[in-house]
Design a protein around this ligand. Structure first.
Ligand SMILES: [Zn+2]
Length: 484
């Protein structure tokens, strides 16, 4: 810890006992939330999102938050976004404000036959609670509520920190109204520290702060070679069809080793954590005998280097195929970007590469569909010190891991652009066995209690001085993690 005081062991022990006593109620409310099938995907009943927003609002009111609202903003197409819950406790004079983010919507459950117990019927087995949303992210919602239950009753009007709770209702559908929401309700959401409780832990016994996330470029690719389809027997071998041109072009995205061949993209090195190839093979389900692609450490390839996946191709299906040279074929490309990469620059590099390497003079068109910025946390400030202290104490002295995630949470970039002075802490209740988005999603109940404890410790110890140091710290050039 730097500069600011650390709570005494007696204070830590008292808060630990308080949280422990709260856990049965936290667990019961989590189960009630899981029973609401609040899937935000458009094909599902959207009234479930109103039910879950109302439930979350009631829990926040009961926890003692003085202002609780259910709010909506507009999506880019003009339609209404899903209901979000915003609860506020204004900051006492001189105290910092912390925004606590989680989401109350969930992914679709998939095929019920795949689940060992019903998706929306929370069921405990071996210390884990199974069900859709038990971890992602209704446990995130309950972590915030548990911390407030532990602290608000003991805080007088002048005590503690300002709190804004923001529980979104459409994260699993790409947060389409998030940008408008931030714009519209900016004053309500203003904070010095933002805690995003929607990520992973390295293991059940090693807490993580997620300090890097990859960015995203999605683009459609169209390749044309003919004015119309012709007989493949008549012209095959002379005339290049669009499929031949497309597959040749796609193959030029990678070199022999499977590294990206698109030049001028940012690539970095991941932290030196133990993640052996055997574990990567097991976790991903890659078949025996199939080699992994790319170079550099496995975690660098997953977290801090770019990758491209062809996620769809429009072409005649096998069942309906005829002996024809296709005039046009389309593909969807999904590119992940290293932290530090500007998405627009990456898209231009991809586009230039596709146009420059098009075979046989084929007509190539690239259409941008989506850009998402990567995230890299500045882990050197006093707020990060505070968070590391809280996590270590909550996890019985375990070392805190700075973890990357290969996926993207683009709304974090939206948050940092609207609140550039705020420090973003990405925490979470997941662990390697959680299977978020998959069948048999589950939460470690041990992790839930530790996460609640950690957040209560963080909120009870954060000071105005921590936040001030951080804001000054952002002006210091050339500071590297671990520098202080
Ligand atoms: Zn989530």
């Amino acid at each position: 810890m730097t500069g600011t005081s650390t709570p005494s062991d007696a204070t830590v022990d008292r808060l630990r006992a308080t949280v422990e006593a709260l856990m049965p109620g936290v667990r019961a409310d989590l189960e009630e939330l899981v029973r609401i099938p609040s899937v935000s995907a458009a094909a599902f009943d959207q009234s479930t999102l109103v039910t879950s927003a109302e439930k979350v609002a009631a829990l926040l009111r009961d926890a003692g938050m003085p202002e609780v609202e259910i709010l909506r903003a507009s999506r880019p197409d003009g339609s209404d976004g899903a209901p979000a819950v915003v609860a506020r406790r204004p900051a006492p004079q001189g105290a910092p404000t912390v925004l606590l983010y989680a989401h109350h919507d969930v992914q679709p459950p998939g095929d019920p036959a795949d689940w060992a117990s019903p998706a929306f019927e929370p069921t405990e087995r071996d210390g884990r609670l199974y069900g859709r949303g038990t971890a992602d992210d209704k446990a995130g919602v309950m972590t915030h509520i548990a911390a407030l239950r532990a602290l608000l009753p003991s805080w007088g009007a002048g005590d503690g920190v300002g709190v804004v709770v923001f529980i979104e209702g459409e994260e699993e559908s790409g947060s389409p109204s998030f940008a408008d929401f931030l714009h519209r309700y900016r004053d309500r959401l203003q904070a010095d520290v933002i805690v995003v409780a929607d990520s992973d832990n390295w293991t059940v016994d090693s807490p993580s702060l997620t300090t890097s996330l990859r960015g995203l470029v999605e683009a459609d690719l169209e390749v044309r070679t003919l004015a119309h389809a012709v007989h493949s027997g008549m012209y095959g071998g002379v005339v290049p069809d669009a499929m031949m041109a497309m597959t040749t072009l796609l193959a030029r995205l990678w070199d022999e080793a499977g590294d990206l061949a698109v030049p001028d993209l940012v690539a970095g090195h991941a932290a030196d954590l133990e993640y052996p190839e055997a574990q990567a093979r097991r976790d991903s389900g890659v078949l025996d005998g199939v080699q992994l692609v790319g170079s550099g450490s496995i975690l660098s390839r997953m977290w801090t280097r770019p990758s491209i996946t062809v996620t769809g191709i429009d072409a005649p299906s096998v069942a309906t195929a005829s002996n024809t040279l296709q005039p046009v074929v389309r593909a969807k490309l999904s590119m992940r970007l290293a932290p530090g990469q500007d998405p627009e620059t990456a898209y231009q590099a991809l586009r230039s590469h596709l146009l420059a390497t098009a075979p046989f003079g084929a007509k190539v068109e690239v259409t941008l569909k989506e850009l998402g910025k990567p995230f890299a946390g500045d882990v050197s400030g006093a707020v990060y010190d505070r968070a590391r202290w809280a996590l270590a104490r909550a996890w019985d002295g375990a070392e805190v891991v700075h973890q990357g995630i290969g996926g993207s949470i683009p709304f974090i970039a939206d948050l940092t652009s609207v609140f550039p002075e705020a420090t973003v802490l990405v925490t979470g209740v997941e662990d390697p066995d959680t299977r978020a988005h998959g069948y048999d999603e589950s939460l470690s109940l041990r992790v839930l209690e530790r996460a609640c404890r950690a957040e209560a410790l963080l909120l009870s110890s954060l000071t105005a001085e921590d936040v001030k140091t951080d804001v000054e710290g952002t002006d210091v050039k050339g500071k590297v993690p671990g520098d202080r």
